[in-house]
Design a protein around this ligand. Structure first.
Ligand code: NAP
Length: 327
């Protein structure tokens, strides 16, 4: 008797309960296996699998790295570590004095060329920046600059100018600068484009809706252009980053180190379906988000968290206003 005939026979024998239990067991086992496998893959990606060498993108061969929002925080750390890897640097942000101090320090320490460009990304990309970039052999672009809501605010109450600024800085300027750089990278058949993402691009952040949406855009767009550019030797990826936590928040140094050592490693079967989670605790949180509760659970948690931050920020504003009045 064939297997299918045996199954039919089992049904005929009215043994439906046994078969149903077996089917449930099978489905359960496949779900558990998938989760265990995804966790093992994540651990392998994060702890063992090496990323592409920065030499593939022109490190030590005269190539340039462009870093937006370079004068502080994560952007500044990318500047230090890319200079250490022997890229020349074009550093961009608003404050010329900070850029100049950083450029001087890096030139002395790392013996690479630097250029600075002071501009406000909320005002668009100046034509002469395009000319400057077109003269450089660009191997790396770090789209790091971003702006956020001042405090968690309901969308309909948010200041129109601030909404425009977030769209301009976090989305429009990233598209424009990347579009300038891609032909240069394609000509050399190599390039690395890192777009600094955020967990709020995956789990929506109520009251930070425009920022959250801008990061979701970056993640989707990065994955799309990453696929378009793969055959040109260009890696484009969104790197996830968590704001404000304890063990989750690495200082910029270990975070950037992890990012640069995991170029091209997808980061396990994580919540952010495309892009990379180089930092171990980020990767683990992504995994937990994906495989524990459903997205509505995390959305509600985020809503409660942002509501709490908003209430505290409003109380602080009231206290400051009262103090200013009494002076
Ligand atoms: N830090 C976190 O915990 C965290 C969490 C999630 C995601 N991220 C992402 O990581 C990236 C960097 O964050 P960060 O915390 O390191 O930022 P940060 O410390 O606030 O630094 C921002 C940089 O951007 C420059 N900048 C700001 N607005 C600008 C504008 N309109 N035009 C030109 N330059 C501008 C600033 O310099 P000037 O003021 O001189 O212009 C500074 O160099 C962002 O994409 C952010 O969304 C960070």
């Amino acid at each position: 008797m064939s297997v299918s005939e045996k199954v039919v026979q089992l049904f005929k024998d009215n043994d439906k309960a046994v078969i149903t239990a077996a089917l449930f067991a099978l489905v359960g086992a496949s779900v558990v296996t998938r989760r265990v496998f995804s966790l093992l893959k994540l651990l392998f990606d994060v702890y063992i699998r090496p990323g592409k060498s920065l030499k593939n993108f022109g490190a030590g061969r005269g190539a340039w790295a462009i870093i937006t929002g370079a004068s502080d925080g994560i952007g500044k750390e990318f500047a230090y570590q890319l200079a250490q890897a022997k890229f020349n640097l074009l550093l961009i942000s608003r404050t010329e004095s900070k850029l100049q101090a950083l450029a001087n320090e890096i030139e002395q320490k790392h013996n690479v060329e630097t250029r600075i460009y002071a501009m406000d990304f909320s005002k668009g990309i100046p034509e002469n920046l395009k000319e400057i970039i077109n003269q450089l052999d660009v191997g790396v672009l770090i789209n790091n600059v971003a702006t956020n809501h001042e405090i968690p605010t309901p969308f309909f109450l948010e200041n129109d100018q601030l909404i425009d600024n977030i769209v301009e800085v976090n989305i429009a300027s990233v598209l424009r600068i990347t579009k300038i750089v891609i032909p240069i990278m394609k000509a050399k058949n190599r390039g690395l484009i890192i777009n600094c993402g955020s967990f709020s691009g995956y789990v929506p952040s109520p009251y930070l809706s425009v920022y959250s949406g801008s990061k979701a855009f970056l993640s989707t767009w990065s994955a799309a252009i990453g696929m378009e550019l793969k055959s040109s030797g260009i890696t484009a990826t969104a790197m996830s980053k968590i704001r404000r936590a304890t063990w989750l928040i690495p200082y910029p140094k270990p975070y950037v180190k992890a990012v640069l050592s995991k170029i091209g490693v997808p980061g396990g079967a994580s919540a952010i379906p495309f892009g990379s989670n180089a930092y171990p605790s980020h990767a683990l949180v992504n995994w937990l988000i994906s495989y524990t509760f459903d997205m509505h659970f995390w959305l509600r948690r985020n809503f409660e968290h942002q509501t709490d931050i908003r209430n505290r920020a409003l109380r602080k504003r009231e206290r400051e206003a009262a103090a200013a009045k009494s002076q």
